[in-house]
Design a protein. Structure first.
Length: 238
């Protein structure tokens, strides 16, 4: 494993014995709340493939769909206005993400949601391994993914364990995987007639000391996000 200089208020590493990997957490969530979030914006999230912006007529929630490539049709569906940001923030709180995370890694400071989004995909041709956050981030920031729709035998999470061996994590409704600094992972190749949908958040510490190492990943999925000291700001993504 590559070791980096610590910037951490939270621990640099935590070994997950079940997954035999560093800096990946599993949170138990109320699936009915996850499902309720999806159903509130289902008209947009379940729409046929599109890129661009759509708005819910009755709520004013504006969402942007963007495909980064990554060897498949993966889409990030994220906030374009403060109404949408408040929607994700509300469900982040309802799910108790902060409390559940601190119960595992301890309470070393405040944690906030940076952004919320849905991931939708129906095929991945080959793995695209990456870190969401660089190793020096440690346990100061995470990406959370939890399935809205059931996930089949393929299309789950590929990752490298602490011994550099490739393993598969099976997603399950009601459970979230949280990827911290240096967690090397990819989507398992698959093809499905029905898209897989995930509710996702980026979240972490709210101080500027750690922000430079966190900022790129925390802001890259959404046109707006929460900055630790400046509040909700534009990311420059259109």
């Amino acid at each position: 494993m590559i070791k980096a200089n610590s910037i951490s208020a939270y621990p640099d590493e935590r070994f997950n014995e079940e997954l035999e990997a560093d800096n990946v957490l599993q949170l138990q969530l109320d699936y009915s709340i996850v499902r309720a979030a999806y159903e509130e914006v289902e008209a947009i999230v379940s729409a046929d493939y599109f890129e661009g912006v759509k708005e819910c007529e009755n709520t004013g929630i504006g969402l942007r769909s963007f495909c980064p490539g990554w060897n498949g049709d993966l889409r990030w569906i994220s906030s374009v206005n403060e109404t949408a940001f408040a929607f994700f923030d509300r469900y982040f709180d309802k799910l108790g993400v902060v409390e559940k995370t601190k119960a595992i890694i301890g309470d070393c400071g405040d944690l906030i949601m940076y952004s919320g989004f849905f991931v939708v995909r129906s095929h991945t041709k080959e793995p695209y391994y990456h870190f969401d956050f660089s190793p020096e981030v440690g346990l100061n920031a995470f990406t959370l993914m939890t399935p809205v729709t059931p996930i089949g035998d393929a299309g789950n999470l590929l990752y490298h364990d602490a011994y550099e061996e490739e393993r598969v994590y099976k997603y399950a409704c009601g459970t979230a995987a949280c990827f911290g600094g240096g967690f090397y992972h990819s989507t398992e190749p698959f093809e499905s007639s029905e898209p897989y949908v995930f509710l996702c958040f980026t979240f972490g510490v709210n101080d500027l000391e750690h922000w430079d190492a966190i900022a790129d990943a925390a802001a890259e999925q959404s046109p707006i996000y929460r900055h630790p000291t400046r509040g909700i700001v534009k990311s420059g993504i259109v």
